[in-house]
Design a protein around this ligand. Structure first.
Ligand code: ADP
Ligand code: MG
Length: 700
């Protein structure tokens, strides 16, 4: 019998109740299991010793041999600090303690060789090392240690309470002694031999006490692979189960509406990407399973026409379809565009929003229920209980990130059987993230813009150059173009933002006086009707400037608008900047995006601005965004496993992720229920997954 890894850490030699409590509260380590999976953050090469004369300012984590020649106490604002003079044959430096001074004085031997270890500071012309790890040279030489020293995650409280890295290492050592370093294998033999993976026990030993770089690399690979493999397995299985359980309406035929539209009314040639995506959707809709597809396409890539043609597939099979958009402006625009196309095919289509009148609503409710109404476009209003379809076959959601998961599921409760769902988003999710969050969930990508688009010239300008920017705006307007000027709107300080916007608006009105110039303004505090009126004036070209908050972020299409000015651009996130920029560049003219900022910029802001001026590739921008923010902040990832990753990194370990996914798929293809003897260990491990909160908490 091997040691039960669910044993509380209190029982481990060298831990005890106080340390156990600290480990629990600071690092969330409750059991042996948690401890074994506390992987080092990094490793240091402890074969290397520095001389004091070699030190550089801010040398990180150096190891030096020398002696303490004396102590002095120095009073400071609060309390005092203890300073030891430390010398080797090349020079002298200071060791500094702010806490535990009595213990240091009592236990450190003067003029005796020590090996010290820590981070070096440069202060008042002397090198110093605060709270060094210290070990007598004689002990140091006796200890069998690997050349690679593990550095564990820690917190200030832990090191204050004496749980230094050395103590942590000792605790983990004692865990290996108690368990004899034997841990249950969690991957199948065939996987291990095919991928030449290290056995679990060996990998765990070497991740904590690497014998050399090569073994460390193998161990990391094995553990990362395992982590990603089980996440992929889980995602793929979930999706398989979903597909087998949730039946959808099979749309058997492509019929009259689709074919007529395709032959006679398509306003342009579809791009190859649009064609491919339509095929993918068609395949889903024709099968017996409910479609649950995410359609990603950069701003302007032409998702709307794909949505419309998908709705035609539903109509061809005598089903209704709906399209839900996050804002009134956007749903109106969708409605107007699709109404025109629908009229050519004699399709009945209506718009339902918060500002629909009671009379309109009543008409819509009735014709929905008796099946006369074929397509319904609208906002959240579609989710109201009164909205009942006769037979909703396809629900399309535009710009998914504005809707919560709960709202989406509300939509598919509107039927006896769930409609097919197509979620469209212009926020590109990096492939790696999509894979780890959605696994095998169906994603279609329109990765090609319609022909003839020009790239948008993007520049960063400081506020002090505003005059030049204003001149530029004037020139563009004189050429007949229209201009957006966008102000940030961040919920927490809505009043402040509102003031910024109004101040901005007033100064724009001063710079661009009537009657020569006409200006629209749109913001969240306006009534929908007023917003719509202002928006329409801009769409029709009656106003040349649109001053707005981010309400125009999504979807709005005004081809003649060729200049986008973003005020306080440093306050916007990358994906928002990218979305906003997508509002221009929709016509034949050269378009411009000007990012205005103050002078003081954080490092992250600089990266964001630099990225925006360098590229217009939504996927590349999303990758940078992912790097800056981490997966945690990116929509839709909150509930997923990516946040609990212990050792793999979905950005850096893309290749391992891909391979983990490949093998997970292959195994499930040949043995979907994991019932073969070969896959027994995988099934066992997989089953344990459900019991604990992440994949590292199972073996026992
Ligand atoms: P988005 O993907 O951002 O929703 P839209 O569907 O609004 O993009 O399309 C942007 C513009 O490109 C629209 O004016 C649309 O009519 C046009 N468009 C879409 N597909 C094509 C195409 N294949 N060829 C030419 N223009 C297209
Ligand atoms: Mg759109």
């Amino acid at each position: 019998m091997s040691t039960n890894l669910q044993t509380p850490i209190d029982y481990l030699k060298g831990v005890g109740p106080n340390r156990a409590e600290l480990l629990r509260s600071e690092l969330g380590i409750h059991t042996y299991q948690d401890l074994i999976n506390l992987f080092p953050n990094r490793y240091l090469d402890r074969t290397k010793y520095y001389k004091i004369s070699d030190l550089q300012r801010n040398s990180a984590d150096v190891q030096i041999t020398g002696k303490i020649t004396g102590f002095k106490e120095i009073a400071q604002k609060r309390g005092k600090r203890l300073v030891g003079t430390f010398e080797d044959d090349t020079g002298r430096m200071e060791l500094v303690w702010f806490r535990g001074q009595k213990w240091i004085r009592d236990s450190i031997k003067i003029n005796t060789p020590y090996v010290i270890f820590g981070k070096v500071n440069w202060f008042n012309g002397v090198f110093s090392m605060p709270h060094p790890d210290m070990e007598l040279l004689s002990e140091h030489e006796k200890n069998l240690r690997s050349s690679m020293q593990s550095i564990y995650p820690s917190t200030e409280k832990l090191s204050n309470k004496g749980i230094t890295n050395r103590v942590m290492t000792k605790i983990i050592q004692s865990l290996f002694i108690e368990t004899k370093g034997r841990f249950q294998e969690t991957l199948s033999e065939s996987l291990m031999s095919e991928l030449k993976l290290l056995p679990k026990s060996e990998a765990l030993f070497n991740i904590h006490f690497p014998k050399n770089q090569e073994l460390l690399a193998h161990s990391e690979f094995r553990l990362k692979f395992e982590e990603l493999f089980y996440i992929q397995l889980q995602l793929i299985l979930k999706n398989l189960i979903h597909k087998s359980k949730i039946k959808g309406f099979p749309f058997e035929s492509v019929g009259h509406y689709f074919n007529t539209f395709y032959k006679d009314h398509l306003p342009f040639d579809l791009t190859n990407a649009q064609k491919r995506v339509l095929k993918e959707i068609r395949q889903d809709l024709g099968s017996n399973a409910q479609m649950n597809r995410l359609l990603q396409g950069d701003v302007g890539s032409g998702k709307t026409i794909v949505a419309f043609m998908s709705m035609l597939m539903a109509l061809d099979n005598d089903f209704q379809a709906c399209l839900m958009a996050p804002t009134e402006i956007l749903s109106v625009q969708h409605y107007q565009g699709l109404q025109e196309l629908s009229n050519k095919l004699n399709i009945s289509i209506s718009l339902l929003t918060g500002s629909s009148t009671t009379l309109e609503r009543r008409k819509i409710h009735k014709s929905l229920e008796n099946g006369e109404l074929q397509i319904l476009i609208g906002t959240h209003a579609l989710l109201e209980d009164k909205v009942k379809f006769k037979n909703l076959g396809l629900a399309i959601i535009d710009e998914q990130h504005r809707f919560g998961v709960a709202q989406r599921s509300k939509l598919w409760q509107k039927n006896t059987s769930p409609p097919h769902i197509l979620v469209m988003t212009a926020t590109p999710i990096p492939r790696t993230l999509a894979m780890s969050v959605y696994g095998d969930l169906d994603i279609s990508v329109i990765d090609e813009l319609p022909p003839g688009r020009q790239t948008i010239k993007t520049v960063h300008r400081y506020d002090k150059n505003r005059l030049k920017v204003l001149r530029f705006i004037r020139d563009e307007i004189d050429k007949g173009r229209q201009v957006y000027i966008v102000y940030p709107l961040i919920q927490e300080s809505e009043t402040l933002d509102y003031k910024d916007l109004m101040d901005g608006y007033e100064s724009i009105v001063r710079e661009f006086p009537q009657p020569k110039y006409q200006i629209s303004i749109v913001h969240g505090k306006m009534k929908p009707a007023a917003k719509d009126y202002e928006m329409q004036r801009f769409v029709k070209g009656e106003t040349q400037i649109m001053v707005a908050t981010t309400v125009i972020e999504v979807g709005v299409n005004v081809p003649n608008a060729s200049v986008m000015i973003i005020e306080s651009a440093e306050r916007f996130g990358l994906s928002q900047l990218h979305q906003l920029r997508g509002r221009v560049g929709r016509g034949a003219e050269q378009s411009f995006c000007i990012l205005m900022t103050g002078h003081k910029l954080s490092q992250d802001s600089k990266v964001r601005l630099e990225t925006m001026t360098r590229t217009s590739d939504g996927f590349e921008i999303a990758e940078v965004d992912l790097r800056l923010r981490g997966p945690g902040d990116i929509m839709g990832t909150q509930q997923s496993g990516v946040l609990n990753l212990k050792i793999a990194n979905i950005i850096k370990d893309k290749d391992i992720l891909q391979s983990a996914r490949f093998y997970a798929k292959r195994i499930l293809n040949s043995d979907p229920s994991l019932s073969s003897a070969e896959n027994k260990v995988i099934l066992y491990t997989y089953r344990q997954l459900g019991k604990y909160k992440n994949i590292w908490n199972y073996i026992s």
